[in-house]
Each structure stands twice: as structure tokens, then as C-alpha cells.
Ligand binder design. Sequence first.
Ligand code: UD1
Ligand code: CA
Length: 419
Amino acid sequence: MQAIVLAAGIGERMHSSRPKVLHEIFGRPILDYVLEVLADLGIRRAKVVIGHGGEQVRSFLKKRGAFPRTEVVYQRHQKGTGHAVICAKKSFRGYQGDILIWPGDMPLLKRETLEAFLGAHRNAKADASVLSSLQADPAGYGRILRAGGRFYAIREELDASEIERRIQEVNSGIYLFKSKQLFEALRRIKPSNRKNEFYLTDTIEVLYRSKARLEAFPLALPDEGHGINSRQDLGEVIGIMKNREIQKHQAAGVTFVAPDQTFVAPGVSIGKDTVIYPWSYIESGVKIGKDCEIGPFAKIRKGTSIGDGAVVGSFVELNRSRLGKKVLAKHLTYLGDAQIGDDTNIGAGTITANYDGKRKHKTKIGKKVLIGSDTVFVAPVTVGDRARTGAGSVITRGSKIKKGELVAGVPARSLKRKG
Ligand code: UD1
Ligand code: CA
């Protein structure tokens, strides 16, 4: 199967200087989610139609390593979704199979759903199938028109009558077309609508008149059909995605004290019986062990892993850091590029000064270390097992604190330990 991703639109309703498909959800562009699912489906040669902000989209694709497999098609003037598909026609010369069309602004669709859609389309031997969804508030979407149950057209909101507007079955914007039928129908659509655009959706009525087999299959979960047209949509989609993740972790044995007030990106792993307190923000790729306590107000950034039984408390930020088992960092701390051994206690207010203005440096702290409150580590620094720092110590750059050593002061010096 082949696929076209539509990503040339101006995204007017976003009121942004950035192309819509490059707006981010948990640090990844909307388009990235679409391409990921396509690759999971085994479609690695998607044609992406770009235009508005095309250079930015292209450089994102390049950075993502999408080339040479992905093909970019330019739509110089955005004359509508139908016109966008016409622009990709050349790439399908000689191709007879099905074409999946996916607007680049719909990142919630799951692979399993698309597989079921493809199965239904093939079972029905349809020439064109649309993935529809039932929306309590259908405003903004194209409506699915049926006569005696049979799907025959899609009516855009602006062109719909009062009665048509009440229809709650809407076009998700995902289609499967037989290649030949698609391009034949596209030759016959006209921009005779309120927006004066060539609507892809008008191909349905054209195909209906030529007696083609048409189907509209409603999505089981309408959430997946949520597109992004405005900042409000973007906020809603982020919320849906975050809730999906939290529900997945809950099902696997993680407690969220306030799920609505917690942010967990996709691609996070959390062990059983860990409790996450409100207002914590956990980025993609983070690994948290079992029996941990996180938050309230913890920010856990990329590249961080936390061992079993650790506590990361209020106003603690972790970045590219590895915490061992039962590490306690309970209050007001920044640990960046740090590696902390098992059973170490990080006192309140501890900071790793990991950035010298040019480069990031590492802080390595051993096992069973006791870090006094308000210690600053000017990285690079290493601290041996069972060492201690006094409250308010500044451990200067390049320091190597030995096993069991006690240091204190500004700059920190070695002290004799009593007993
Ligand atoms: C479209 C559908 C509507 C459906 C909705 C689902 C049409 C006419 N309408 O409306 O029935 O309910 O999606 O979300 O298709 N694009 C281009 N070139 C263009 C215009 C658009 O590449 O000239 C791209 C956009 O970047 C976007 C996608 O096509 O990714 C959809 O365009 P958009 O303007 O968002 O269409 P909707 O108004 O949402
Ligand atoms: Ca849209």
C-alpha cells in the first residue's frame, strides 16, 4: 500500500509563523507521530505534500532521516485538499493498488485502527472508504451524508444546510482509495464551494455518480479522529495523548494521585507501585523504577532513569541523569548530567552546575553518600562512596572527593571525621 500525507496547508486557524504540522506535542512535531504510525504499518515510502513553510517541513524530514525513502511533493499554491492530492499524482504512475490519505494534522490515530480500516475496506471491496467518527460536537468537520444508510457524499461545514449541520457522523479526513478511481475522480472536481477550493471530499460524490463502491466506517473511539486546526485543538490532543499514557501506566500498576494534573509523555516506563503526585512533568524516554515516589512538582527530563524505591520530591528537576536504587532527592534540587549511586541522600537545595556556558559536564556521586543541604557541584566532579558534604558546600570544578571523605565550606575542603 502507498500513502499520501497532506501537510501543505497554511494552518490559518493556528495563527502561527510555524507550519501547523511542526507544532509540537511533548517535544515532537505533530507530523512525526503520523510518520511513526505509517512506518509501523510498513509504509516507509510515504509521499508528503508540502507547501506552506515547506522548507521547514523538509528540513524536519531530513533531520528525522526520512529521506530518501519519503518523497516530498510541492504544492506551490494551497488550492485545497483535492488539489494537494493531484500534485502527488505523478508519483503514482503505473500504480494500481490502494492509496491511504492522511492529513498531517491528525496524530492520534493508532496503527490497529488503520489496520482494521484497511481490512474493512478490502472486505467490502470498496473503491473508496472513509474513516468517519461520531462527534458530539461536529462543528468544523465535513459531514457524512447517507441515503437509506448508503454513504454517498461528504458535505463541508461551510457548504452544509442547517439540517446537514446536525449530522454527527463526520469525516475524519482519512481515506483509502483505489488509485485509478481516485485520480479519475479528481479530474472531475471543481472549486465550486464557499472556499473556492478543490476539495478531496468532492471525489466521493463523483464516484457515487459513476456507481463506485463507497464505504464510511465509523471509528470505535472518536478521540482518534481528533484533528488539529487551532491552538484549542492542539491543547485537547495533548490532553488526550497524555491521558492515554496515564491510563496505560495505571493499568500496569502505577498510582497517579491527580491524573488530570500530571503530564506523562509517550515512551516513558514506570515500575509497579510507584506513586506520582500532582503537577509532575515527565518527558519521553524517562525510565522510573518500581516503588518510587515522584513529585509533587517534579520535572523529569529526557535521558533520565530512576532506580527502584527512589524518592524525587517537590521542585526537583532531573535532566540526563541516572539515579540508583533508593536515592532520595526530596526537595528543591537540580541534577543535570549526574550519576548517583544507590542509597545516596541528596540534601535540599542541591544543585549540579553542569554548564560552563559552552559545554555540559558530569557529576558522579557514589553509593551511600550524604549530600548536605545547599551543596553546589561545579561539574565535572566525582564523589566517592559514603562521602559527605557539609551544608552550603561548593565543590569546585575538577574535585575528586574520596571514599568516606567529609568536605565542607566554600570552596569545600576536606575535614577530619570524628569517630
Ligand atoms: C478536512 C476535510 C473535512 C474533514 C477534516 C478532518 C476537506 C475539504 N475537508 O477539513 O471533511 O472533516 O479535514 O480533519 O478535505 N492541505 C494541503 N493543501 C491544501 C489544503 C490542505 O496540503 O491546499 C492539508 C493541510 O495541511 C492539512 C490537511 O490537508 O494537513 C487538511 O486540511 P485542513 O485545512 O485542516 O482541512 P479541514 O478544514 O480540517
Ligand atoms: Ca484539519
